[in-house]
Design a protein around this ligand. Structure first.
Ligand code: 6PG
Length: 245
């Protein structure tokens, strides 16, 4: 049924977010042991907010060495950072404003620039952080992803130009379904991650979750997240998992 994905089902949304926080802390500990730092990309939208809030509180807030953690975003809306639609603002309010983390460890999309330039600047930031050559793809330690009911993830939308990007690290896309510009990490970056983790909650995501996990929609963006080596990790609450066999 799950086409080689790793699926973890929590009995409630609260348990799901606690498990997510534990997974984040464990990945951070391992990465910092291995390389001295942890580079993670966070997802936006509504689902992960409670997860980020848990990280800002005991026991996680005191146990994670924030000065060794670098935060990126999987995608961003093309709005100012203080706008209520901003994924950066959501993470800033739920987590970053509540922990001691050096400002240089926070790598947001610079949405004060036009979309294409913001994507290019983000790409430069990642190339610098990972000391990459012009054709290299960064390998983040962990990338958190949400799932839209249309099968989008990050801001990789069905039929979008960003989804087709093969060599870029970040891309700007005018999303017809939203009538707005979005910025996103590209599929090659998601598939290079040491861990790509989908966090999905609620009955409204049950149908699309089943479509992705039963392999019946292989062309949808979320179905194309297949890190090599390894497998995508799907963390679901029982509502989102409600239609799985
Ligand atoms: C965004 C996200 C997007 C989100 C899904 C699910 O900027 O909105 O990155 O990919 O994860 O749309 O959103 P919800 O969690 O709000 O359902």
């Amino acid at each position: 049924m799950t086409q080689g994905s790793e699926v973890e089902i929590a009995q409630s949304a609260r348990e799901l977010f606690l498990r997510a926080a534990a997974r984040f802390a464990s990945a951070a500990e391992k990465a910092i042991q291995d390389s001295g730092r942890f580079s993670a990309a966070l997802s936006g939208g509504r689902t992960p907010e409670k997860f980020y809030e848990l990280l800002s509180r005991p026991p996680f807030a005191q146990s994670i060495p924030w000065d060794r953690c670098h935060f990126f975003w999987g995608d961003e809306r093309c709005v100012p950072p203080e706008n209520e639609q901003s994924n950066y603002r959501m993470v800033q309010e739920a987590l970053l404003s509540r922990i001691k983390i050096p400002p240089e460890n926070i790598h947001r999309f610079q949405t004060e620039f036009p979309p294409q330039e913001a994507a290019r600047r983000y790409e430069d930031d990642l190339r610098g952080h990972f000391n990459l050559g012009p054709k290299d793809i960064p390998r983040l330690d962990q990338i958190w992803l949400g799932l839209g009911t249309d099968g989008h993830t990050a801001s990789l939308f069905p039929g979008g130009t960003a989804l087709a990007a093969t060599h870029q690290i970040a891309a700007a896309d005018h999303v017809a379904a939203l009538g707005s510009w979005r910025l996103t990490l590209t599929l090659p970056v998601l598939n290079a991650a040491a861990e790509a983790v989908f966090l999905v909650s609620g009955t409204e995501k049950a149908k699309i979750t089943r479509r992705i996990l039963d392999g019946s929609a292989p062309d949808l963006p979320a179905a194309r997240v297949r890190p090599e080596p390894g497998a995508p990790i799907w963390m679901l609450d029982k509502d989102a998992a409600g239609l799985l066999g």
